[in-house]
Structures are given as structure tokens and as C-alpha cells.
Design a protein around this ligand. Structure first.
Ligand code: MTE
Length: 321
């Protein structure tokens, strides 16, 4: 995102799966009853979008079987990523392969019944996974459509047994400057953090993502587990999470800490509120073609608008006006 001299989301436009990890975690995913679906997904990414609300693929959530647009080719969005830990260009997919994402332990702490640590593999085994095709809208005004594999964040919240005092959930990415070169840059407030209200975290759309395109998550997508909140600008969808903390204080996100007027807490997609330096009325699909109109809440208003109805402005997102 635009900050200081180095990071520059707007101007710079700039794959690979570790087969061993793919096979290991795939075994677990296979145990979740979507093995056939995953096998079927081995074909070309372009064959994924289903025009029918019913999918033949086991594991595909019928409510999210069709994003209304073609799925973006895996080859495109696995080579165009925002993962600042590995650099400020979009071309970080090779450097990101240095991340050791298996095994991976997540700490659940803060205002919970009993803090604990759990591996991503255990989370997958205990909760199970499903596939959902979601639209993703970056605050930089590009967009993609991805077939994620994951589980509702609400299930993890339930497992964590938060205390009634907990009002927010804070997420944190790993911090390892030896592996992630940009984490040696002192102008950033590492580690990357993000946060949601409890209502947002338990909204049915909030997904903990452990796979995409029927495969274990590519490292550049935020392996082994990242968040996706499709009604919010993409910077809320934090990657490679290693800590989830329940708190009564509104968390300050990584970009919010750098530039609150441009990257605030709510960050709900809203075509009527421009970024201070560019329009949010339209977006550029990574798959190519003309720019398309951006939709309020990225088109997910039915599921999320109710959470913001009592707020001061129409969507509770006036931070950059
Ligand atoms: N999470 C971490 N840890 N570091 C990041 O730089 N970038 C965010 C989000 N999550 C980011 C992150 C931004 S700005 C976007 S748009 C999405 O990841 C991009 O996800 P993608 O690379 O899978 O498209």
C-alpha cells in the first residue's frame, strides 16, 4: 500500500506447490469426505465455475457455488500476490516458497476459557472443510474469484470458548525475518495483524482458508491458513495466521497502524467512498477485460449489511472521508 518510500500498492503491478506437503495435508482433507471433489479439481482451473446453484463436486457449499463471474485462473492469481512479508511487489511467489508451513501451530489466547495451541492439521480434522467460490476485492481496485477450501471461522470461535467480555478477534501473521526478507524492514510494524468484531468473525461468510483450487494452500496465498472476509477489502484477509487473540479492545490492523485514513478498521467494500487517491467505483479483474462496477459489500450485502445498520454512517466505514 502507499506508505513511505518503499511499499507501493498502487503503482507497482507486478506457483508452485510443495508436493510433499500437498500430499500430507491432502490425506487429511481426503478424510473429510471431499476427496473425490479434490480429485475432480485436478483439472484446469477454468473448468471450475458452475453456472448451476448445485454443484456435482462433493464438499462444495451450494450457497457459494457460483460467484457470478468466472473463477480467475490459478496461474494468474498465484503469481500476483500481496504478501508484504516477502516484498512489496506482486511478484513474491518464488520468495514465499521459503516459508515452512507444515507443521504449523496456532495459538488461541486472550479472553478465552483456556488458552491453547493447536495445529492446522488438527483444526482441519476436528472441524472439517468445504469449498466456497468467493469474490475478492483488493483496496487497490483489482479483483479475482477464487475457489477456496476452508471452514467457517465461527467454528473456530466456538472451539475457543471466548469469554463474554471478548468483543473482538485479533489475528496475527508469523514473524520470521530470516525467512521473510521484508520483515527486516524496520519501517513496518511487523507482525501483520488484523481484527474483526465478534459479530463479523461469526458471520457465515468469514472463512478460514486452508486450500484453493482443490489443493493445499499455496504459500503465496498465505499457507497454511489465512482468513477471507469477501465483503471487506482484501487487506483484512490476513495470511499465514499463527495467533488468534480474543480481546475487548478494537485491534489496530497492520495497514491501519501505518495509515488510518486510508486503511481503517471496517474496510467494507463501498463503491461510493473513494480511496483518498483513487476511485473505488470500479475494479480491474485480474483475469483481464474491461473494468467492472464495484458492488457495495462486494455484493455480499444480504449476509452482512445487518451488522452495520445501527452505525453512524450507512455502512460504518467513514474512516477515510
Ligand atoms: N496478509 C499478510 N500477512 N501480509 C500481506 O501483505 N496482504 C493483504 C491480504 N493479506 C497481506 C495479507 C492484501 S492487501 C490482499 S489484497 C490479500 O492478502 C491478497 O491475497 P492474495 O495474494 O491471495 O490475492
Amino acid at each position: 500500500m502507499h506508505y513511505h518510500k518503499k511499499p507501493d500498492w498502487l503503482i507497482k503491478e507486478s506457483r508452485s506447490t510443495d508436493e510433499k506437503h500437498f500430499i500430507n495435508r491432502r490425506k487429511i482433507l481426503a478424510g473429510m469426505g471431499i476427496a473425490t471433489g479434490l480429485a475432480a479439481l485436478g483439472g484446469p482451473a477454468f473448468s471450475l465455475p458452475s453456472q448451476s446453484p448445485f454443484s456435482p463436486r462433493p464438499g462444495l457449499n451450494g450457497n457459494y457455488a457460483n460467484a457470478g463471474r468466472a473463477v480467475t485462473a490459478e496461474s494468474i492469481n498465484s503469481t500476483y500476490n500481496n504478501f508484504y512479508e516477502f516484498g512489496s511487489s506482486k511478484n513474491i511467489h518464488q520468495e514465499a516458497q521459503a516459508l515452512q508451513s507444515d507443521p504449523w501451530t496456532v495459538t488461541i489466547d486472550g479472553m478465552v476459557d483456556t488458552p491453547f495451541q493447536i495445529s492446522v492439521d488438527d483444526l482441519i480434522s476436528r472441524i472439517g472443510v468445504e469449498e466456497r467460490i468467493y469474490r475478492h476485492r483488493c483496496v487497490e481496485a483489482w479483483s479475482m474469484v477464487v475457489p477456496w477450501v476452508g471452514f467457517p471461522l465461527a467454528k473456530l470461535v466456538e472451539m475457543a470458548k471466548p469469554l463474554s467480555r471478548a468483543k473482538y478477534v485479533q489475528f496475527q501473521t508469523f514473524n520470521n525475518p530470516e525467512v521473510a526478507s521484508e520483515q527486516r524492514a524496520s519501517w513496518y510494524p511487523w507482525p501483520y495483524t488484523e481484527g474483526l468484531t465478534m459479530a463479523e468473525a461469526t458471520n457465515e461468510l468469514s472463512l478460514m482458508v486452508v486450500g484453493a483450487y482443490g489443493k493445499v494452500l499455496h504459500k503465496q496465498f498465505g499457507a497454511p491458513m489465512r482468513l477471507h472476509t469477501p465483503w471487506k477489502y482484501g487487506f483484512k484477509s490476513i495470511k499465514s495466521i499463527d495467533r488468534i487473540t480474543f480481546t475487548d479492545r478494537q485491534p489496530v490492523g497492520f495497514w491501519e497502524g501505518l495509515q488510518k485514513k486510508e486503511y481503517g478498521f471496517w474496510a467494507n467494500v463501498n463503491p461510493a467512498v473513494d480511496h483518498r487517491r483513487w476511485t473505488q467505483a470500479t475494479e480491474r479483474p485480474l483475469s483481464g477485460g474491461d473494468r467492472i462496477p464495484t458492488q457495495l459489500y462486494n455484493g455480499y450485502g444480504d449476509q452482512v449489511a445487518g451488522m452495520y445498520s445501527g452505525m453512524a454512517d450507512e455502512i460504518g466505514d467513514a474512516f477515510w472521508r
